[in-house]
Design a protein around this ligand. Structure first.
Ligand SMILES: *Cc1c(COP(=O)(O)O)cnc(C)c1O
Ligand code: SF4
Length: 463
């Protein structure tokens, strides 16, 4: 097979990886889920024990890859350390020892599917499937009805989850949306109608930004995407000036923009939006520079940029994948060179396989600081490390000492109450804290300023 020969490269040297030319990569989308582990040729070369562990974990956490990921992106000589392998394949450490053993035991006993499913559901309930209570909060009303598929947390920005975009070309092992992918439909955000979206926006003239998210909206056919997007160009929606699409397709399926049957129609759609005077940005999710190295990914980036759309990049910081400043510096520099704009470094949320990926906040800041000092100003547009917490996006600005007390300096990049934005606040230094909830106010204060009852205003979008 052409991909395999092209994948030959120096052992133990990820930097020497030479991806195949894009004309040789698979163009027919072929997916593998937990039911198809047997069919992935590369797994046959791995120790049977490792594959057995994958089966156990894949019973609990969502698993989905495609042949571009397995045949081109993953460097199998580097497995299990390979970052794209860690990004997509289940690993034993993603479950607690107790949960793993519980499921492994069922496998050893050859337990029936129903029994395994019941245990899987139970384990999932213990993994905080709804971090930040996103399901209950921030869902707006239209004529007193809750609008499913919309979230309006920050005054100027509406998030939209199109029902056709609730899956991805492959799944990330750390994804905080994992609960949507394991078949529990009550947990699923969805929106049936582009009409509801447009009507909501028509009545909310304070909204300048629409962020279309998922899953991955780019799994949609161009004609479905067009239903949502062309309607935004009507005169009554002129206040919606900035349209963002969150996607990991540049990593998992760049063919979407190059060889898919409706790739050219998609690019024409982007051009129409840009021609209308709107700002169109793809918010591309890249965890590692390796994802941007393939010629087809570069061709996709070039074609998108040609339409006048911007590409901004964002990713969580993850142990076992990218907790190394050199990875971030190289990734950000590469993005700038390819015409993309580094935007966010996120702190991994408190859900799913979090233990496996979590990085203490103090360490996250050090990685950010080292990475950002290694790049020129053009790549210092990346903000972070940022926690998308319930009151807003909180950035760790640094660690310092104030009058003898070691503290962490924080600020809101984005907040439920616009008045909180950019106000510095201080937490007691804690080298083990991994999330906002773990932090305590510095200087003996009882609460952070945004927790004072008088200031705890309701969500901007309620009603
Ligand atoms: C990050 C985020 C946004 C966008 O915020 P920007 O500061 O404009 O990038 C909007 N809504 C939610 C819920 C978010 O988490
Ligand atoms: S592409 Fe995004 S939504 Fe899909 S699994 Fe990865 S992080 Fe989650």
């Amino acid at each position: 097979m052409p991909y395999e020969t092209a994948l030959q490269r120096t052992k133990s040297n990820a930097a020497a990886y030479t991806p195949p030319p894009w004309r040789d990569v698979p163009t027919h989308y072929e997916v593998y889920t937990e039911r198809h582990l047997d069919r992935i040729p590369a797994l046959r070369g791995l120790p049977e024990e490792l594959v057995a562990e994958m089966r156990v974990v894949a019973d609990v956490l969502p698993f989905r890859v495609n042949r571009y990921v397995t045949d081109v992106l993953i460097d199998w000589d580097e497995v299990p350390r390979d970052p794209v392998f860690q990004l997509t394949f289940p690993q034993r450490g993603m479950l607690s020892e107790a949960d793993f053993e519980r499921m492994a035991d069922l496998h050893r006993r050859g337990a029936a599917k129903d029994e395994r499913r019941a245990v899987a559901d139970d384990i999932r309930r213990g993994l905080n499937p709804h971090p930040g209570d996103q399901q209950a909060l921030n869902v707006p009303l239209l004529d007193e009805e809750r609008v499913a598929g919309l979230q309006h947390k920050y005054r100027e920005t509406v998030l939209f989850f199109p029902s056709h975009g609730q899956t991805c070309h492959a799944y990330c092992t750390f994804c905080f949306r994992w609960a949507q992918f394991v078949g529990d439909t009550t947990l699923r955000f969805s929106a049936k109608e582009a009409g509801t979206l447009h009507e909501y926006l028509r009545r909310h003239r304070e909204v300048s930004d629409l962020l279309i998210t998922g899953g991955d909206p780019m799994v949609m056919k161009t004609r479905h995407l067009a239903d949502y997007l062309t309607g935004l160009l009507q005169p009554s929606l002129e206040h919606v000036q900035h349209i963002r699409i969150g996607t990991k397709s540049l990593t998992f399926w760049p063919q979407r923009y190059v060889t898919d049957g409706d790739a050219d129609d998609l690019l024409r759609l982007f051009e129409r939006i840009v021609a209308s005077g709107r700002h169109l940005a793809l918010m591309a999710h890249f965890n590692h520079w390796r994802e941007m190295e393939t010629p087809i990914a570069r061709e996709a980036i070039r074609r998108i940029r040609d339409t006048g759309a911007e590409i901004r990049t964002q990713a969580p910081l993850l142990a076992n994948i990218n907790d190394d400043p050199a990875v971030w510096s190289r990734m950000w520099r590469g993005q700038v060179r390819l015409g993309m704009i580094p935007y966010y470094m996120f702190v991994e949320r408190d859900t799913g396989a979090r233990r496996y990926f979590e990085v203490p906040l103090a360490r996250a800041w050090e990685i950010y600081r080292t990475a950002i000092s290694g790049v020129s100003g053009l790549a210092r547009t990346a903000r972070g490390p940022s926690m998308s917490a319930s009151p807003g996006k909180v950035e760790i600005q640094g660690v310092t000492e104030i009058r003898g007390e070691k503290v962490m300096v924080l600020r809101f990049i984005q907040a439920r109450d616009p008045d909180w934005v950019q106000r510095p606040f201080f937490a007691r230094y804690d080298d083990r804290a991994t999330w906002l909830d773990d932090l305590r106010p510095a200087f003996g204060e009882a609460t952070f300023f945004f927790q004072h009852p008088a200031r705890a205003t309701p969500p901007a979008a309620a009603g």
